[in-house]
Design a protein around this ligand. Structure first.
Ligand code: HAM
Length: 433
């Protein structure tokens, strides 16, 4: 019987796994430049954290959570996102009272949503994101956007579209909700079922509808900008000025409302169409939240902002556009025994090199020299060492430079220094430490 992976999940293996590591490592480096600190939070949480955090009217809570009773009859969910968990951790650990604010956290790992799998949409996927907790300063809203933009720049992605919008404060949204209800009341009977339930639960979410006929109706719907309070409008304008001053291109999209309930004020999404013409949906998205920290048990009036990137989507566009690292060499040295009696020496030499910091492979069985060369090339080794009886008897090793096919004999005791010279001093010598 063949076992299939669960629908909507995928294996990340071999080169793709290296590419994911490259993506997460580069993002971690960039956020460290902005002084963010790594948070590891559990994959499972009490379900009510997300019911409260992400919001009862969101698609995530209504239909996408993996929720189950554990053996102690607790209602547990696999996290569908990180923001609520990071805030829970901020609140539980009372970081608001013990640390300088804001706390700037970053995180990465798997999240789970029971969505309909399609291009760029999985049921288990990886997110990388940041949260800035404990500030209402609009400079941090701008910092979050500029950080997201900087990350994409570091991957050499040109032509990223940054969409922004403001959802304003609670008064702005209440006024706007009324205006939308008024507008849609004559149309809603002819709209899709999702829109019908959104009309009742959260009319703003109707703006997110992707159905063509409904989009026609959306075109003449009232625009949120006209319902923003004076303060919300000023805040939005000020952030736009900061983005302009920092030469960050953006588009205002007044239908951008985001699918999670916790946002207020600015929201944003990064989009990109790969050179192959694929658009995998937003590659990253986020926004400001005014009440979430308090709603999840933290102090009043403590606000935050953050975003998350989808690692799968980022990987897909980088792959399409040939922007992933194609390392010329994956190994420093491949060691080949060319006599059965030399297997042990090959084993010993491989480990001597590894202990001294070189990246080495050896399969501990003897090969004909021609086969050994083929294997070393397939494995993308820079150097190949042959060890046969001649080498053992003369206390030397035959080293072949696979970049130019030059072959030389190196004394056993000179081997480490030989490679240190050839490969530069990046390789740490354990004895020197
Ligand atoms: P989100 O828009 O739900 O926001 O997800 C963020 C990113 O995760 C998306 O832009 C997309 O790249 C990726 N993503 C979402 N769903 C899928 C899926 N089914 N398959 C593959 N990738 C997906 C959040 O999760 C918020 N917590 C972001 C945030 C942080 N807001 C404030 N702080």
């Amino acid at each position: 019987m063949e076992y299939q992976n669960v629908k909507g999940t995928h294996d990340v293996i071999l080169k793709e796994a290296n590419d994911y590591k490259y993506i997460v490592d580069l993002m971690s480096e960039v956020v460290s430049l902005f002084d963010y600190h790594l948070f590891h939070v559990p994959v499972i949480e009490n379900a009510n954290l997300f019911q409260r955090g992400v919001g009862a009217s969101s698609d995530i809570v209504r239909k996408e959570m993996y929720t189950f009773l554990d053996k102690g009859e607790r209602l547990i969910s696999l996290r569908p996102e990180f923001t609520a968990s990071i805030i829970r951790s901020f609140n539980n650990n009372k970081l608001y009272a013990t640390m300088d604010l804001p706390i700037k956290a970053y995180y990465h790992g798997p999240v789970f949503r029971y969505e309909r799998p399609q291009l760029g949409r999985y049921r288990q996927f990886d997110q990388f994101g940041i949260e800035i907790l404990g500030t209402d300063s609009l400079y941090f809203d701008a910092e979050a956007i500029i950080l997201g933009y900087t990350i994409l720049k570091q991957f050499n992605l040109e032509d990223v579209t940054l969409k922004i919008n403001s959802l304003g404060d609670e008064t702005s949204r209440n006024n706007y909700r009324h205006a939308l209800k008024d507008y849609f009341k004559n149309h809603i009977d002819n709209m899709c079922n999702d829109c019908k339930s959104r009309y009742e639960l959260n009319p703003l979410r109707i703006l997110d509808c992707k159905i063509k006929e409904d989009q026609e109706i959306l075109k003449s719907a009232p625009k949120i900008y006209d319902y923003l309070t004076k303060e919300s409008k000023e805040r939005f304008e000020h952030i736009k000025e900061i983005l302009d001053e920092n030469h960050i291109p953006y588009e205002v999209d007044d239908n951008l409302v985001r699918g999670l309930d916790y946002y207020s004020q600015i929201v944003f999404e990064f989009h990109y169409t790969s050179k192959k013409g694929f658009n995998y949906g937003a590659i990253g998205a986020g926004g400001h939240y005014s009440n979430l920290i308090n709603e999840l048990g933290g102090p009043k009036d403590m606000q935050g902002v953050g975003f998350s990137f989808g690692v799968e989507r980022l990987y897909s566009i980088l792959k399409d556009d040939d922007l992933l690292l194609d390392e010329q060499y994956l190994l420093d040295v491949y060691v080949a025994s060319i006599d059965e009696e030399a297997n042990l020496s090959a084993f010993n030499v491989s480990n001597l090199l590894r202990i001294n910091g070189l990246k080495v492979d050896c399969d501990y069985i003897f090969h004909k020299p021609g086969n050994a060369i083929k294997i070393a090339i397939r494995k993308k080794a820079r150097y190949l060492i042959f060890i046969g009886l001649d080498e053992i008897n003369n206390n030397v090793l035959t080293v072949k430079d696979l970049s130019n096919q030059e072959q030389t004999q190196v004394k056993y005791e000179d081997l480490i220094n030989y490679f240190y010279d050839k490969l530069g001093f990046d390789h740490k010598h354990i004895e020197e430490e």
